[in-house]
Design a protein around this ligand. Structure first.
Ligand code: GAR
Length: 218
């Protein structure tokens, strides 16, 4: 009898954070609980004080700091350092997924191109409304009735990449930036792990700027 050895090469996940890391935590917990077929290889922060670093360590995930405060090189020089760390953990353009999870830095086009269709971001608004900073505050000030969050692939624009999942949150008359952000965040913690799962299972097909979710995997 020939016994075939099946080698499953798991994707390696790198998560980039700057602070609280609650989206990172929701992804890491979902990987364990929902058995998402991806290896949480490394969490990288640009800020050594990020609370999320401790959370990742408690969850048994390796962490790295690439401090951006006081960094005097170019944006590309900085990003090359991040890419080096990602590569060291096997998060490559062939076998990796990079999740931006509250990573508050602009990323160079070179970094984005290297991980084309392999880099995700979560944004606290229903894109294409309110891209960029302070999305929740701007939604409240504008008076929209609905807001929410979006998981999308990262391209070279500001929050313009192909959309994977969105979740809607109703805006209340008495909402403040804080109250709306809290309800949106709860939805972020649901859809970001879902998107990672879809990616890991090979269920996201990208055509132009549109994505389709396949019911079967690769
Ligand atoms: C989240 O609300 C995320 O959507 C937002 O930062 C927060 C990070 O929280 N990201 C952006 O605004 C990106 N433009 P977390 O560190 O607890 O995940």
């Amino acid at each position: 009898m020939i016994v075939e050895k099946i080698q499953i090469n798991l994707l390696n996940l790198g998560i980039l954070i700057s602070g609280r890391g609650s989206n990172m935590e929701s992804i890491l917990r979902a990987i364990k609980k929902q058995k998402i077929p991806i290896n949480p290889a490394v969490v990288i922060s640009n800020n050594s004080d990020a609370i999320g670093l401790k959370i990742a360590q408690r969850l048994g995930v390796k962490t790295e700091i690439v401090e951006s405060r006081g960094f005097t090189g170019s944006r590309l020089d900085y990003d090359k350092k991040i890419i080096q760390v990602l590569s060291r953990y096997g998060v490559t353009e062939k076998n990796g997924l990079v999740c931006l999870a509250g990573f508050m830095r602009i990323i160079s086009p070179e970094f984005i191109r290297k991980y084309k269709n392999r880099m995700l971001n979560i944004h606290p608004a229903i894109l294409p409304s309110f891209p960029g900073l302070h999305a929740q505050r701007r939604a409240v000030e504008y008076g929209t009735r609905y807001s929410g969050c979006t998981v999308h692939f990262v391209d070279e624009g500001v929050d313009t990449g192909p959309i994977i999942l969105q979740a809607i949150v109703k805006v209340k008359d008495n909402d403040t930036e804080g109250t709306l952000s809290k309800r949106i965040l709860a939805k972020e913690h649901v859809i970001y792990p879902q998107a990672v799962k879809l990616f890991a299972e090979g269920k996201i097909k990208i055509t132009g700027r549109k994505t389709a979710i396949k019911s079967r995997g690769r």
